[in-house]
Ligand binder design. Structure first.
Ligand code: FAD
Ligand code: MLT
Ligand code: ZN
Length: 477
């Protein structure tokens, strides 16, 4: 273990008290491994400050000692963004205890939430006031507001409400030297200099630690309709998306694509998962919702699906009749990541392309991967309405998981070549983290990467904020 970080532990314990610091290896281990179990780091301590003053003092002391800090929320990162280095040189700072709802205002339609509150708890608090926090991801019961903002999470309703970034009006953060940046304004209009909140959103803990934020709310939905369909092809799914958007663009809040392979894994691994339509190669999950009462969404959905069936795009469909059925349909989509984790080794490509090119992307990327790894199981699914596909791959049946993972860079390069040809992005919503900094030079090189480096240098000159993440040469291991 590194002496500088280890030597700092007693001083950090002094700041947060014995309940605010874990240093037993068994206690710190879950904080040192990523959700996908790709990386296992080590840390001499997980510090869990109880308030902003403690957080700022912890950062000040780490910074003064030149010790790297890894901010951590729910530790659900798909790119190992919250995992410390293996050499024990970094302190993990968990935001879990800084988790209060500071304010909620149904007139301003805003809530001020501390970073450690889970996304689900924030959604529930908004619902209790007749509002909705319009951000939803499968990990919402564990992911925290700070992590969601630091990764600029997208998710199931981005097609209607945008990414996390689109919901942030104000921010409070502890910067790399321990100074508190207090900008918790709830203004809809505020053009006063550089937009620091948006710089912190999506910075993956490399510029500062988000401690609280003001989030935009929308009115609670009064009507909701959820349908699961089998579609003839990805092209047919895209055509269905177009139909729904033309019918009632404001009501289309989710449009998700799933391939037969992923659905098969969910049915195999997730207890209680039941497929209410005939098994198929392609599925679309649709949610329409509106705050308007008696808006007639059911008729819109039924008419659109009937027309799509007549056109041969939709083959089978079921519309949920209750909240429980809506949840059961969503479970089939939301459990894809967990089902894949239970199946074994996987390579993930969280990519985006222009929405119109999703079908072409799916065909070309599948062909490229099957040529590279004969027998590979292609498990694409995701937020088709945003052009964001999780082009995930599972090891060939009976193959060795480690040998498969050893090919992950080659697989990602093959998928990346297709994404590049279609003018897409190598990371649509999961971020760069520790997994993908090596891609930054070729995808974001030149002035873009140089400017990012200048920002990092200006805000974190000692490189203590989440070293080894996002930027290719940010230090750490
Ligand atoms: P962590 O994993 O703890 O951290 C993520 C990054 O943010 C790290 O770089 C960390 O250092 C930094 N960070 C954490 N807290 C702070 C803070 N307070 N201040 C500064 N930096 C901080 N992502 C999507 O975008 N859309 C999805 O649909 C989606 N679905 C998912 C489904 C599952 C089952 C899982 C496991 C993950 C999914 N993710 C998705 C990925 C993940 O990015 C999100 O779950 C979430 O945004 C991460 O929140 P977290 O609190 O777990 O952050
Ligand atoms: C999701 O939308 O479920 C995820 O972001 C998951 C994944 O890539 O596995
Ligand atoms: Zn996703």
């Amino acid at each position: 273990m590194s002496t500088a970080a280890t030597a700092l532990v007693p001083a950090l314990r002094e700041v947060v008290g014995p309940l605010g610091l874990l240093d037993d290896a068994a206690d710190t281990a879950p904080y040192a491994e990523d959700w996908r179990r790709l990386y296992r780091g080590r840390t001499p301590a997980v510090v869990r400050p109880a308030n902003i003053a403690e957080l700022a003092e912890v950062v000040r002391r780490c910074a003064a000692a030149g010790v790297g800090m890894v901010p951590q929320g729910g530790n659900t990162s798909m790119v190992a963004g919250a995992t410390p280095a293996a050499d024990g040189s970094q302190i993990v700072i968990s935001l879990a205890r800084i988790n209060r709802l500071r304010d909620i205002d149904p007139i301003d339609m805003t809530m001020t939430v501390e970073a450690g509150m889970t996304l689900k708890a924030a959604q529930d608090a908004a619902a209790a006031c007749g509002c909705m926090l319009p951000l939803s991801i499968a990990a919402e019961g564990t992911a925290q507001i700070g992590g969601v903002l630091a990764t600029n999470a997208g998710g199931n309703t981005t097609v209607r409400f945008g990414n996390a970034r689109d919901l942030v009006l104000g921010i409070e953060a502890v910067m790399a030297d321990g100074a508190v940046l207090s900008a918790l304004r709830r203004l809809r209009k505020d053009n006063t200099g550089y937009c620091l909140r948006q710089l912190l959103v999506g910075s993956e803990g490399t510029l500062g630690i988000i401690s609280a934020a003001v989030l935009k709310l929308v009115p609670a939905m009064a009507e909701r309709e959820v349908a699961l369909c089998t579609v003839a092809s990805p092209e047919a799914a895209l055509a269905l998306f177009g139909r729904l958007r033309r019918e009632d663009p404001a009501a289309l809040i989710a449009f998700e694509y799933m391939a037969g392979e992923g659905m098969g894994l969910v049915l195999r691994h997730i207890p209680g998962a039941v497929l209410p339509v005939a098994a198929a190669a392609h599925y679309a999950l649709i949610e329409l919702a509106t705050p308007r009462r008696a808006a007639g969404l059911r008729a819109v959905l039924e008419d659109t699906l009937s027309a799509a069936m007549e056109a041969g795009a939709v083959r089978d469909a079921v519309i949920a009749e209750s909240g429980a059925q809506r949840a059961a349909l969503w479970k089939l989509r939301e459990e894809h990541a967990e089902a894949q984790r239970r199946e074994g080794a996987s390579v993930k490509n969280d990519v985006s392309v222009p929405v119109s090119r999703v079908p072409e992307f799916l065909a070309r990327a599948r062909a490229a991967c099957e040529a590279l790894v004969p027998g590979v199981r292609v498990v694409p699914f995701g937020h088709m309405g945003d052009g964001n596909i999780h082009f995930n791959l599972a090891q060939p049946d009976g193959a060795d998981g480690a040998a498969f993972l050893a090919q992950s860079h080659a697989i990602m390069a093959a998928v990346g070549a297709v994404v590049r040809a279609l003018d897409g992005s190598f990371s649509a919503e999961h971020g760069v983290g520790r997994l993908k900094p090596y891609m930054m030079e070729s995808w974001r090189g030149g002035t873009e990467l140089a400017t990012m480096r200048q920002i990092k240098q200006a805000l974190d000159p000692r490189g203590v904020m989440n070293p080894g993440k996002v930027l290719p040469d940010a230090g750490g291991a």
